[in-house]
Design a protein around this ligand. Sequence first.
Ligand SMILES: NC(=O)c1ccc[n+]([C@@H]2O[C@H](COP(=O)([O-])OP(=O)(O)OC[C@H]3O[C@@H](n4cnc5c(N)ncnc54)[C@H](OP(=O)(O)O)[C@@H]3O)[C@@H](O)[C@H]2O)c1
Length: 288
Amino acid sequence: MILLTGATGTVGRLVARRLPATEPVRLLARDPARAAALAGPGAEVVGGDFEDPASLRRALTGVRSALLVTANPLTHAHDENFLTAARAAGVGHTVKLTTLSVTEPGATDLVTEWQRENERLLRASGLSWTLLRPRAFMSNTLGWARSIRAEGVVRGADGTVATAAIDPRDIADVAVGALTDAAGHAGRAYALTGPAGITPVEQTEILGELLQRRLKFVELTEDQVLRGLLARYPEPVAHALAESAARGRHGSKGQVEPTVAELLGRSARGYREWTAEHLAEFGGPAPG
Ligand SMILES: NC(=O)c1ccc[n+]([C@@H]2O[C@H](COP(=O)([O-])OP(=O)(O)OC[C@H]3O[C@@H](n4cnc5c(N)ncnc54)[C@H](OP(=O)(O)O)[C@@H]3O)[C@@H](O)[C@H]2O)c1
């Protein structure tokens, strides 16, 4: 049995679709009805919450491998509760979604430190583990969809700063390998990037080309970016994300890693491929 947390989220839902039908799969979700709509035929859906240790113990019973996705940088309790329940249930292997910034010595923002500590907790748990450390997700640009649809405008930060953003499908493909072949991936930490550094201006150009629309990129000031983040996230998280963006301006996020190609035997997907699958969200035709 493979258990997926984050099953309604960006990566978890892609993993759910990709796991081989030969493997029993259980999806954990706070709202099981939401997860049921995403589950493949034969997948089991259970209600569970990282805040509720009893629900985790129930969900982890009989589980061989688990995907751990936590998303609240203001607490370590979610990872701790999961690991305690996983140890008690005798889970064989845990695949943890973390972040590539943990490898940058200069990265000391709250979100990076949170993931460093989560990684430490997993390593110290005695469980077998694999760490997936992605760079920014290409899907973050879905945040531009509304203004593209309404006005043909992208309002973004750092238009000419390159990031080796990754297609979440590539993270999911690596996760499937690690969940189904624990022995082949135990004790490994994978740096996962896209095939090239790409800037927001270049992403806007690709979007415009595929949508066949003239799009305009409007560069936001640091202050505007921070205000936007504060509107969406708790204050400490907003400041951490702004700090991370400032670090990126020194070029720390553009480096391409060969890991996706090495593990999957093919190139990492580029932003053009990601965009082609998501045109409908940006107001274009659905993929054929
Ligand atoms: N976005 C990026 O660019 C980026 C880059 C590097 C690393 N990461 C890492 O990726 C992770 C997020 O992955 P994602 O984007 O795939 O997820 P996501 O889309 O942000 O979704 C979060 C998932 O966590 C679940 N969740 C939230 N609180 C929960 C709780 N208390 N109990 C149980 N489940 C809970 C949500 O389920 P509900 O349906 O219940 O809400 C949802 O399935 C984070 O750890 C982040 O640091 C992200």
